[in-house]
Design a protein around this ligand. Structure first.
Ligand SMILES: *Cc1c(COP(=O)(O)O)cnc(C)c1O
Length: 346
């Protein structure tokens, strides 16, 4: 039998930290219950890994964006706990929702009509209170087409919850207005950052995503949220280079003196984007191993001066504390998670 050797990149998921983060966000949600946004394959960490942990922790409401993301989630939790944020764009979407029992989020009067024409049933409804993305307009909240909808969750999404901004209070007021006009079993407004805005934003159900996975969108969550994704990569080769040697494509780094460098199995095809070129460092214990030159598709070169004993096959850490990594790379905390490639062993 052919045995596939293990990959040279590892994404270790700290399940305890993930459960801790859900509990912390659930507590901060006050009388509301925390759900979980698990779209984009659980923010890149793997639906198969995060959904069972979140369900075990106590989450009962899971949000994906696409219909294609449903099977990976309902493999672990009952279909009626899963909502599809993009809503039914086609008849096929309606049929799929009906057959699986997954909840569509209706985002427009056209989607309402499509859902009702397909037979209707329990659904969720999104109202746009100011982000101008998906959702009914405020001018449509009294539309007669909404009468007779069987709505579990009435939801809206905050545009600027990660900032102190008057848009938050304005959206809150509009959401209250929509809630008064549209009968629903539950109401939901806050994402991760929204939870930190205070109890009046929590309603019945909150929808954290980023903070579950270690992201810190507001300082209030800083001491509370723990890192969930830990990246480790293997050294493929060690080289000693002379002064004046160029490293990698375009010789974007030139050695100022003789130095020992390591080639590491991590590249932009793994989601370690070129934004990292020449910024930041990998680590081995306390040793900082600065990135040298451009990030390639499958490799990056690091300075081994602080850890000259490292050898081919040794593993090093990719610091991935999201707020710090975001500051260093210029990428958002959301991007840092969702770009992580398939070659990582999860
Ligand atoms: C992605 C998403 C969330 C989760 O947002 P975070 O900022 O990751 O907490 C919540 N609600 C909706 C509608 C979303 O699209």
């Amino acid at each position: 039998m052919t045995v596939l050797p293990p990959p040279t990149l590892r994404l270790d998921l700290d399940a305890e930290a993930l459960a801790h983060n859900w509990h912390a966000l659930d507590r901060l949600s006050g009388s509301a219950r925390a759900g979980a946004a698990v779209k984009a394959d659980g923010y890149g960490l793997g639906s198969d890994k995060v959904v069972p942990v979140l369900s075990q922790a106590g989450a009962r409401d899971f949000f994906v964006a696409h219909w294609s993301e449903v099977p990976a989630v309902i493999a672990h939790v009952p279909a009626e706990q899963v909502s599809v944020l993009h809503g039914p764009v086609t008849e096929a979407d309606c049929a799929f929702a009906r057959e699986t029992g997954v909840r569509p989020v209706l985002n427009s009067l056209a989607q309402v009509a499509r859902w009702q024409a397909s037979g209707g049933g329990r659904c969720n409804l999104m109202v746009d209170t100011g982000i101008n993305r998906l959702g009914l307009s405020m001018s449509e909240i009294g539309d007669p087409a909404l009468v007779g909808l069987d709505i579990d969750v009435l939801l809206s999404h905050l545009a600027s919850a990660d900032e102190d901004n008057s848009r938050n209070a304005a959206q809150l007021a509009r959401f209250r207005e929509a809630s008064a006009a549209i009968p629903a079993a539950r109401r939901s407004l806050a994402n991760s950052a929204g939870i930190a805005l205070g109890p009046e934003y929590a309603f019945d159900l909150t929808r954290p995503g980023l903070a579950l996975y270690g992201g810190v969108p507001r300082p209030e969550l800083g001491g509370v949220i723990r890192q969930v994704a830990h990246l480790r990569v293997a050294i493929l080769q060690v080289r000693d280079i002379a002064a004046g040697e160029g490293v990698g494509y375009n010789a974007a780094f030139v050695s100022p003196s003789p130095m020992r460098v390591g080639l590491v199995s991590l590249g932009y095809a793994d989601g370690f984007l070129r934004a990292w070129s020449g910024r930041g460092a990998l680590r081995s214990g306390d040793a900082e191993l600065p990135l040298l030159g451009l990030v390639s598709m499958d490799m990056v070169v690091i300075d081994l001066s602080e850890a000259p004993a490292l050898r081919e096959g040794d593993w090093v850490d990719v610091p991935y504390d999201l707020p710090t990594a975001s500051q260093r790379s210029g990428l958002s905390q959301y991007e840092l998670l969702t770009v992580l490639g398939r070659r990582f062993r999860r």
